[in-house]
Design a binder for this molecule. Structure first.
Ligand code: PLP
Length: 313
């Protein structure tokens, strides 16, 4: 099988279709309070910021990050990177279908090229994304200019507009600033799950004084604070807002969802009729319950949790 699976959209995009605003995002996203005794008994009000309701296909932080990049791509094919279950790849593919843009997904794992597509990659291909599989060592080096140039050549995509893995570039971080602006004056602490730190970087910049952002890392490791700071520098020329990271709730690392976490997520869904995305949002909400029960937030705190995604179905 060739490394390229799926079809390029044959449509030439209409210029007016390139502004993602034509997709009618629900912005500002809804913000509502939920009654949960695990927070209430510590005097903490819990608000849910429903970014998962922004758009059915460009869910949560994906809308905020992709919209400015889609504008900047101005009709060029959009190439980006992800693992076999990447939310970001699916959202990019959906954006391509909706706006009539060609998309190319560079997927980690050359061996996947010879296997049937998993449901997540099958959705990408069905949305017209051309999939290009690369071996893990090349994938790790994809930000090095020579390696990137080689990938673009091999994918026959040298003209493409390139968006990094996870979608976090300066434009994406600037796009996430609106999340903070929507929450400004509405909460004392705003918490968000972090992969690359891009959403946190933008959120903190938009929040303004009097509130702080708390990032809950879903990956293991200590790189995230430096990454988040670097993203703020790229997007805003320096550190912005008040933010910190908690790295204790990764549950073993990215993609790890032990039984305790899944049971917590099932219970949260039942209590609040909220579809809980398991890789990011469940870890965020679990961490907030533990921190609240440990007295991390003073009585009278209004705590907003950003619901950045929805379970894949
Ligand atoms: C549902 C969800 N929440 C949070 C994040 C983390 O966003 P960031 O990479 O900006 O930290 C992601 C990243 O892909 C995500 O898919």
């Amino acid at each position: 099988m060739s490394d390229n699976v799926g079809v390029n959209s044959p449509d030439v995009p209409h210029p007016e279709a390139l502004d993602p605003a034509v997709l009618h995002p629900r912005l500002p996203s809804p913000l509502h309070e939920v009654a949960d005794e695990r927070f209430a008994r510590h005097g903490v009000r819990l608000l849910l910021k429903r970014d998962d309701l922004i758009h059915p296909d460009l869910v949560g932080n994906k809308w905020r990050k992709l919209a400015p990049n889609l504008r900047a791509a101005a009709g060029r094919p959009l190439l980006t990177f992800g693992g076999a279950y990447s939310n970001h790849l699916r959202a990019t593919a959906a954006a391509g279908r909706l706006l009539g843009l060609d998309t190319i997904g560079v997927v980690r794992g050359h061996e996947l090229a010879d296997r049937p597509l998993n449901p997540s990659l099958a959705r990408c291909a069905a949305d017209g994304m051309r999939l290009h599989f690369v071996d893990r060592s090349t994938y790790r080096r994809k930000t090095e200019p020579e390696t990137l140039a080689g990938i673009l050549r091999a994918a026959d995509a040298e003209e493409a507009y390139v968006v990094p893995e996870g979608g976090s570039n300066a434009l994406a971080v600037q796009g996430c600033r609106a999340l903070g602006e929507e929450l400004s004056g509405r909460a004392d602490v705003v918490a968000v799950a972090c992969g690359t730190g891009g959403t946190l970087a933008g959120l903190a910049a938009g929040l303004g004084p009097g509130a702080r952002a708390l990032g809950m890392a879903v990956l293991k490791g200590d790189f995230l604070a430096a990454e988040t700071a670097a993203l703020q520098t790229r997007a805003f020329d320096g550190r912005r807002g008040t933010w910190s990271l908690d790295t204790r709730f990764h549950f073993g690392g990215y993609g790890r969802t032990p039984h305790e976490l899944l049971a917590f997520a099932d219970d949260f869904e039942a209590r609040h009729a909220l579809p809980v995305e398991r890789l990011y949002v469940a870890k965020l909400l679990y961490g907030l319950v533990v921190l609240t029960e440990a007295g991390a937030f003073p009585r009278g705190t209004t705590l907003a949790a950003v619901i950045t995604g929805r379970p894949f179905s």
